[in-house]
Design a binder for this molecule. Structure first.
Ligand SMILES: [Zn+2]
Length: 465
């Protein structure tokens, strides 16, 4: 992820850590295994930050996502998604039920290996849980016959509903974010369930096949490579994309808009596909084109430093709308409003660090960002702009000047909370409070009676974020 300014990016990293520390969450317990003992897969994969994200008991091999999307009729209105997900998975324990994560969309049918499952509360039926307060969004599927460890199953789920502008725990836009001309789709950290049923655990990587049907004239851009030419019928165009490299769910994308696609090549014929929103114009387009033109050189340089580029394709999706940050969606990062050189090399660096080599738990996300920030400095040094040492020193000075090293939060209620939006020296504008069992939505600001006090850096040169 890259925020539009470095200060905001650094603040977000600090907030992510503080938010997690405040959550006070109990991870889901693994089900003990001994012989053929059927039990439900866990409703969470045990991440301390996001206890109900991901699920236990299985490993997804492939997501086949067939999406039909109607963008909003008026800017600011909801879009509409009608979809079918075909999920091929392998049981990692003896299962009599399993869960997927799905947020804000209604399931209409579920089948397992072509056999319908009924809706209901019984052990062989399916049911949904939508608990926004605890960020617990589950589709529970009873399995009859039960599934033995090692068996492969194909589960097909029809679902749909209105699309809005979902937020993550810090209040940032995340997931399937509806825009005036389509959607900008960025999942980090837990946005994938806003558009498909998923084992939303970064450890469960899978391949993806996308069929995205949109009104004729719109373009849909996902990860990987085109599966064929777009096909138009009765005013609707279907775009197909195949992502053959295993991918974490937070790195999937399927952005839709009024877009111009361009095709180029990097080292050893690597396909580079850029999708730039037609609403990106003027200086933003000049800056974007200059940055994207450097992609082949950047890939060559980083391949020289870190080893071969790890995936089948690269490129960019640049949306004229904004979620206020860029994201390293696998093979095709998403940029808000424009792409610039620092951000493009940052998101390219994530293809090695974060996407190919990945954190098992969200608490280690700083490793992704640490490497990507280092790579920005390496590239700038390579381009003769400034030494790496000077860039590091400047970054430390910027943190000092903004007092962004750490915050000591006090509040009138005595609960444990973390700021999600703040300026040092001012009251935080919103807070997230640990409830013991999950995250609560942010409280509206400004928070009268609350104070945020910057704690000065203790040890020179040691980053506290
Ligand atoms: Zn990043």
């Amino acid at each position: 992820m890259t925020h539009l300014t470095k200060a905001r990016r650094i603040a977000a990293a600090a907030v992510a850590l503080l938010t997690a520390a405040a959550a006070g969450i109990t991870p889901a317990q693994a089900v003990p295994q001994s012989g053929p003992r059927y039990s439900p897969g866990a409703a969470g994969s045990g991440d301390p930050y996001f206890p109900y994200a991901g699920n236990g008991g299985y490993d997804v091999l492939n997501y086949g996502l067939d999406l039909r999307y109607t963008p909003p009729s008026d800017p600011g209105a909801a879009g509409n998604l009608t979809a079918e997900a075909t999920i091929t998975l392998r049981a990692t324990q003896d299962l009599d039920a399993l869960n997927f994560d799905l947020r804000g969309l209604a399931v209409t049918t579920v089948d397992v290996d072509g056999k319908d499952v009924n809706r209901g509360a019984g052990p062989s039926e399916w049911a949904q849980v939508q608990d926004d307060v605890n960020r617990r969004w589950e589709l529970n599927v009873g399995l009859r016959p039960k599934v033995k460890e090692g068996q492969t199953k194909t589960i097909t789920i029809s679902y749909g509903g209105a699309t809005g502008r979902p937020q993550d725990t810090t209040g940032a836009l995340c997931g399937w974010v509806t825009t005036a001309d389509g959607a900008i789709v960025v999942n980090e950290p837990d946005g994938a369930p806003t558009w498909f049923p998923v084992n939303d655990d970064p450890e469960d990587k899978a391949t993806y096949s996308f069929r995205i049907t949109v009104p004729e004239g719109k373009t849909a851009v996902a990860n990987g490579l085109p599966g064929g030419d777009p096909e138009t019928q009765a005013g609707w165009t279907t775009w197909t994309w195949e992502a053959a490299d295993p991918m974490a769910s937070y790195l999937a994308t399927a952005s839709v808009g009024d877009v111009t696609l361009s095709y180029g090549e990097g080292t050893r014929g690597l396909p580079i596909i850029n999708a730039v929103d037609n609403g990106v114009t003027g200086p933003a387009l000049v800056k974007t084109n200059e940055a994207l033109a450097l992609q082949p050189q950047m890939i060559r340089y980083l391949s020289h430093v870190f080893g071969p580029y790890p995936f089948e394709a690269f490129g960019a999706t640049v949306d004229d709308d904004s979620v206020d940050y860029a994201l390293e969606t696998q093979t095709r990062p998403v940029y808000s409003e424009f792409a610039d050189e620092d951000t493009v090399v940052h998101e390219l660096g994530h293809q090695w660090f974060g996407n190919s080599v990945s954190p098992a738990d969200w608490k280690d996300i700083w490793l992704n960002e640490g490497w990507a920030t280092y790579i920005e400095w390496l590239w700038a040094e390579h381009q003769g702009k400034a030494t790496l040492a000077k860039q590091f020193t400047d970054a430390v000075a910027e943190l000092d000047s903004k007092n962004l090293w750490a915050l000591d939060i006090s509040n009138p209620g005595g609960t444990t909370c973390s700021p999600s939006r703040y300026t040092a020296g001012e009251p935080p504008r919103s807070m997230h409070c640990g409830s013991g069992s999950g995250m609560r939505p942010s409280l509206p600001g400004p928070m009268s009676g609350w104070t945020a006090t910057a704690i000065p850096r203790q040890q020179p040169g040691i980053l506290k974020q």
